[in-house]
Design a protein around this ligand. Structure first.
Ligand code: SF4
Ligand code: SF4
Length: 304
């Protein structure tokens, strides 16, 4: 039986997700719950409904149409979607006259997805680009990822996997020979802090990075600079110490990704946004973190 996957977006002409011009495939499902997650629509492995309140004309079509009685409005005309009841059927989004509701998440076959990717081959070829699998967490759909990567390699398409590294090592092992580049996130060095801010421990993430380095996989590290959370001296120096013990010859660079507020996206999905800080990191902060990683002999870039 052909394995199917679930994706929530295809970004064409992407220039920040690996070398050249890329087609970025956003896959649904992630085991992490990072407070600052830029793509919260990728967290759930199922389709989600997003609500754009500024477009709503309060016609209540969605309330009447929902077969699960998952939609309601309170006395202040504020919409509530019961996410436990919602099955992601998308009927409400189809019938909404103003597109105030959007279904995020589409089931696709490997054949369907490779046809979408093939549409961009001439842009990949002219720019030394390719395809990037992002999310969500692409390793969360391991069989589908492996199959689609194989199809890309049959067509000589450059492949990048953008990952948190939180997956069984055997999954990385399986995709290693079909993946030209890994974008690999470093977040909190301390285990307890990692659990607090991402929902999962970091031991496996450290172990998998060591595995990739030992296998000489091409890696670009990514460090989200989150004010008051990842940008502390303790955290940066902890990662720097850890990296200094590795053979960094296969690490092409480290990208510092400055935080920006995505609270609105969380609201649209009915998810709680725990971030208390809403401003980007200062230039001085980015500068000292850059110097710290440069001290390891790494090329450091600000932005993805
Ligand atoms: S997606 Fe389907 S189940 Fe969910 S709120 Fe809309 S109509 Fe109801
Ligand atoms: S159908 Fe659309 S416009 Fe009408 S109440 Fe629902 S979300 Fe608002």
């Amino acid at each position: 039986m052909m394995v199917k996957g679930i994706i929530f977006d295809i970004k064409r002409y992407a220039i920040h997700d690996g070398p050249g011009i890329r087609t970025t495939i956003f896959m649904k499902g992630c085991p992490l719950r990072c407070w600052w997650c830029h793509n919260p629509e990728g967290i759930s492995p199922k389709p989600d409904i997003m609500y754009f309140s500024f477009k709503c004309i309060h016609c209540h079509t969605c309330v009447k149409a929902c077969p699960e009685n998952a939609v309601s409005f309170d006395e202040n005309e504020i919409q509530h979607i019961d996410r436990e009841k919602c099955t992601g059927c998308g009927i409400c989004a189809e019938l909404c006259p103003t597109n105030a509701l959007r279904l995020v998440g589409k089931v696709v076959t490997v054949d369907e997805l490779i046809r979408e990717i093939e549409k961009d081959i001439k842009f990949h070829d002219s720019s030394d680009g390719g395809v990037t699998f992002s999310g969500g967490e692409p390793l969360f759909q391991p069989e589908f990822l492996e199959d689609i990567l194989k199809e890309c390699k049959k067509r000589y398409i450059h492949t990048t996997v953008d990952t948190s590294g939180y997956a069984p090592t055997r999954i990385l092992e399986k995709i290693l020979s079909y993946t030209d580049l890994f974008l690999y996130d470093l977040k909190l060095f301390d285990e307890k802090e990692h659990i607090k801010y991402t929902g999962v421990p970091n031991e496996l993430i450290k172990k998998n990075l060591i595995f990739l380095v030992e296998k000489k996989a091409n890696v670009i590290l990514r460090f989200p600079v989150i004010p008051g959370i990842t940008d502390t001296e303790w955290n940066v120096k902890g990662w720097a110490r850890f990296l200094s013990e590795l053979d960094l010859s296969s690490i092409q660079e480290i990208d510092l990704l400055p935080y920006h507020d995505v609270g609105e996206k969380f609201n649209r999905l009915g998810r709680e946004y725990k971030m208390e800080v809403h401003h980007a990191p200062s230039d001085e902060t980015l500068k000292w973190i850059k110097e710290e990683f440069k001290g390891l002999g790494l090329k450091v870039k600000i932005g993805g």
